[in-house]
Ligand binder design. Structure first.
Ligand SMILES: [Zn+2]
Length: 327
């Protein structure tokens, strides 16, 4: 299942960039022509108006993803026709470090696949003409529509890392390494209000009451692999816990949701900043059943509700996660 953390510190504001919606035809792949992802995202954020250039995402710095433009709105990366038909354009930042590159490339490929699937675009690379949906390189846009750029393969992937068009096409079709490999889009969907005990001691984990005290003998009930209906998520002793009984709670860190959250909201859910302000447009990112890394140390109570950290100063309401109480 896709797990991507997206850093939105360089995301354009509501009144920045184009407000024109795109058609969902292409995902366009670029490379930045210089080193580093954060600096490129920062540049786009500060100069989108004067340079008339930005994309939705810049990937690099060891597999980091920086959002600039909003999904589904025109970005200025590849000429009018391509821009108007691409809900997502992605820049791969350069590096000279092999380990960094491998992380960047895997994220670049897997994130492009993820976004393609999200917008109903096939994971084919540079196939067909200007009316054929798919993932396209900027060079393909130049060859088939408009422009003279040859990125990302001819300018970077091939000369620097010996990844040619055929290899990239194969990786786009199948995914690269890690959790998003295999090319399968079928996933077992967990029940919306059930969490399963995991990674506890063989003697079972303790249940806690709302006052933060252990419920004596509860460990014989909460054994690894047992599944429990949860009525919601609460902060007890500073830790997020699921309510699995009248006054009985189990720590999130001993469940299948340890270290992650799974969105539970059919239409997606908006993220909020640490002050409780809604971050516009994020519901297209936090889609139903998508999973996000979320450490227990990032949990925050906002307006008396438990929120999970999903990116820098970006939180999702615990209610809209698996086990959070939304049925
Ligand atoms: Zn380009």
């Amino acid at each position: 299942m896709a797990q991507f953390n997206i850093d939105t510190q360089y995301a354009l504001g509501a009144n920045e960039g184009s407000n024109q919606k795109t058609n969902n035809m292409f995902i366009i792949l670029h490379e930045t022509t210089n080193d580093g992802a954060a600096n490129n995202a920062h540049y786009f954020k500060n100069n989108w108006s004067t340079s008339q250039t930005y994309v939705q995402y810049v990937i690099g710095d060891g597999g980091k993803i920086y959002q600039v433009g909003a999904d589904g709105y025109v970005a200025w990366g590849a000429g009018t026709y391509a821009n108007e038909n691409s809900p997502v354009q992605i820049e791969l930042a350069r590096t000279s470090d092999k380990v960094t590159f491998e992380k960047d490339y895997a994220t670049f490929v897997n994130f492009a696949r993820y976004k393609a699937q999200q917008f109903g675009i096939p994971c084919t690379l540079d196939v067909g003409g200007k009316y054929d949906k798919g993932i396209k390189t900027h060079k393909w846009v130049s060859d088939n529509i408009w422009g003279n750029h040859i990125d990302p393969v001819e300018s970077y992937l091939k000369p620097f890392w010996h990844i040619d068009e055929g290899q990239l096409a194969k990786d786009i079709a199948n995914g690269v390494g890690g959790s998003t490999s295999g090319g399968s889009t079928t996933q077992t969907k967990p029940a919306r209000n059930v969490v399963t005990v995991k990674n506890g001691p063989s003697t079972g984990i303790a249940g806690w009451n709302g006052k933060g005290q252990i419920v004596p003998g509860s460990n014989s009930t909460f054994k690894n692999g047992t599944a429990w209906q949860s009525a919601g998520v609460y902060l007890i002793n500073g830790l997020p816990m699921y309510k699995v009984g009248g006054d009985e709670y189990i720590p999130k860190k001993y469940t299948d949701q340890a270290g992650i959250i799974t969105i539970n909201s059919i239409h997606g859910v908006n993220a909020f900043d640490g002050n409780g302000n809604k971050i516009a447009g994020t519901e297209s990112t936090f889609m139903d059943y998508s999973q996000w890394k979320s450490p227990d140390t990032g949990v925050k109570v906002i307006n008396d509700k438990v929120f999970f950290l999903v990116a820098t100063n970006e939180y999702v309401d615990g209610f809209y996660t698996i086990g959070g109480g939304n049925k």
